[in-house]
Design a protein around this ligand. Structure first.
Ligand code: NOJ
Ligand code: CA
Length: 560
């Protein structure tokens, strides 16, 4: 049976950077409410908000200290209820980010746990002994350093954190933890939200803690095999989802499955298994292999997409996640550099922004758009490495310096690749503070890019392209039609969508050069051309595409 989210076009709102309503430089819930018409004008129908729960903001809200309270920087519960009500009035759905894997170290549970094994919350977290000042194992954290941090007063006792040390992991082996998290989800679902984006759910299960991971001689290694996608994740997820869907069967469960392969994604979205309705995997973007002798680590050097491998990835996902399974379509999010910076053309920024959007979102799947990408924004810049406040940046800079890189080059590379410079306040207008806030914003990222007001007034803008694209996406052919790659030339990304007698061909020139390709006759003569970017010229047997151009050609069976 079709669910409402089969039609979802999801806009990811980074609340702190979207719109400041009360002049403190931080985007907030009322700011989102004030801008609800913006979403309907653009043509999206679902908002995913990054975490809004009370948090010390060590990781911008992913470190939750109270799952039942709105963070005061973002507003109040009354503001949130007003947002839901106003959103629903406009037919907009709200998806909240639910952090299942960890809490803040300031959460009362963790504060209790620190009291020692007799405290009822001790077993809410993961503890190990590290005899003689040795860490319990060699597993490295995603945020740099070990996954282990010593108890503040008890020597040899360590707690586990996959992310920042102030974000201790919850112990999902403990049934009480599982019940508590289900309770949290039901609380928000009872308030009327429409879905949950499950943060880092693939990490809920951990392997036996008393083993090292093969490390190639390094002291610490990010031990994915020990804490990602273990089999026990699935029953945990199923129990949680069943516990919420029992009361809220229409709740949309969007899982963040960063390192999930397509087969795992198929497992997590098994129909009727009560797990995820769709997942977001970071495996969509294979990059070209690096030069073997590069002494500088890859993390903050721009990597080029391997288009050949990308075609294969898209094909695998399209062919494996067949209906009733769903897939998500996205180019970016708050954890990566912006698509314009990673993928866009320096010579053709406008065309590439538009054509990349067409390429991705007209495929079969649920579009997820990262705020600001509808303007073609690129990563902003921070003025110094210190401004990133990120130990992994320091480590990178040290290695790059040792390899002879200049400070300017290091900063430029970090600005172009870091997640923080992709989180700049949204430029609404050319007014003071870009119409985002009257005061200096919480994040000192400077960002150039044409603001919303100008783009909405310009029919040729990236924004208008998105508007037309989403209107087309809502038609049955592009929501339900099947997908087939057309592998005609390396510079061309082309696919067809078919539903009944109708077929559309989407063609995108992914290069800075004009090209011609020979195509099956029907396509060269296809009568209708829509959503054209640049020029796509049709002759009897060929298509000629200007640099970074794209178009949708539609034929009905029976027409020539
Ligand atoms: C994934 C989120 O997308 C990321 O921003 C966050 O830092 C980690 N999970 C930890 O919650
Ligand atoms: Ca504010």
């Amino acid at each position: 049976m079709a669910a409402w989210y089969d039609q979802a076009i999801i806009y990811q709102v980074y609340p702190k950077s979207f719109k400041d309503s009360n002049g403190d430089g931080i985007g907030d819930l009322t700011g989102i409410t004030e801008k609800l018409d913006y979403f309907t004008q653009l043509g999206v129908n679902t908002l995913w908000l990054n975490p809004i729960f009370r948090s010390p903001q060590v990781d911008n809200g992913y470190d939750v200290s109270d799952f039942y309270a709105i963070d005061p920087q973002l507003g109040t519960l009354a503001d949130f209820k007003a947002l839901i009500e106003a959103a629903h009035r406009r037919g907009l759905r709200i998806v909240l980010d639910m952090v299942l894997n960890h809490t803040s170290d300031q959460h009362p549970w963790f504060q209790g746990a620190l009291q020692g094994p007799k405290n009822p919350y001790y077993n809410y977290y993961i503890w190990a002994h590290g005899a003689d000042g040795q860490l319990p194992n060699n597993w490295g954290s995603f945020f740099g350093g070990s996954v282990w941090t010593q108890h503040p007063t008890v020597a040899d006792r360590y707690y586990f954190h996959l992310f920042e040390r102030r974000m201790p992991d919850l112990n999902w082996r403990n049934p009480q933890v599982r019940q508590e998290m289900t309770k949290v989800a039901n609380y928000w679902a009872d308030l009327g939200i429409d879905g949950l984006r499950l943060d880092a759910f693939i990490h809920l299960a951990k392997a036996d803690l008393h083993q090292n991971y093969p490390s190639d001689g390094a002291d610490l290694v990010v031990a994915e095999g020990m804490f990602a996608n273990l089999p026990a994740v699935q029953p945990y997820l199923a129990e949680f989802v069943a516990g919420v869907k029992a009361n809220h069967p229409d709740l949309f469960i969007l899982g963040e499955a960063a390192s999930a392969t397509v087969n795992l994604a198929a497992d997590y979205t098994r129909p009727a298994a009560n797990m995820a309705d769709a997942v977001i995997s970071f495996r969509y973007f294979p990059t070209k292999p690096r030069a073997k002798r590069d002494a500088v680590p890859a993390d903050y050097q721009p990597q080029r997409l391997d288009w050949l491998a990308f075609r294969q990835v898209m094909t695998d996902w399209q062919q494996t996640l067949l209906p009733p399974r769903r897939l998500t379509l996205y180019w970016g999010n708050h954890d990566m550099a912006r698509v314009a910076t990673r993928m866009g053309s320096h010579r053709y920024p406008q065309q590439s922004a538009k054509s990349l959007a067409t390429l991705m979102y007209l495929q079969r799947g649920l579009p997820v758009l990262y705020y600001g990408d509808e303007l073609g924004l690129s990563n902003g810049t921070l003025a110094s490495l210190a401004a990133f406040g990120d130990p992994t940046v320091t480590a990178f800079a040290n290695a790059a310096k040792a390899a002879g890189w200049s400070s300017e080059r290091i900063l430029e590379n970090v600005n172009a690749t870091h997640k923080l410079t992709a989180r700049a306040p949204l430029p609404w207008s050319d007014d003071i503070g870009h119409g985002f806030s009257k005061v200096a914003p919480w994040l000192a990222v400077s960002q150039d890019g044409t603001p919303v007001s100008k783009q909405m007034a310009d029919p040729d803008s990236v924004w208008h392209h998105y508007q037309q694209l989403f209107a087309l996406k809502q038609t049955p052919l592009f929501t339900r039609g099947n997908w087939q790659l057309q592998n005609w030339a390396p510079w061309l990304y082309a696919y067809t969508r078919t539903l009944g007698v109708e077929t559309a061909l989407v063609v995108v020139n992914i290069s800075d050069t004009r090209h011609t390709v020979t195509v099956p006759r029907a396509w060269a003569q296809a009568p209708v051309q829509q959503l054209t970017v640049g020029t796509v010229h049709q002759t009897a047997a060929e298509l000629t595409l200007s640099p970074w151009s794209s178009a949708v050609l539609t034929i009905k069976k029976g027409s020539k």
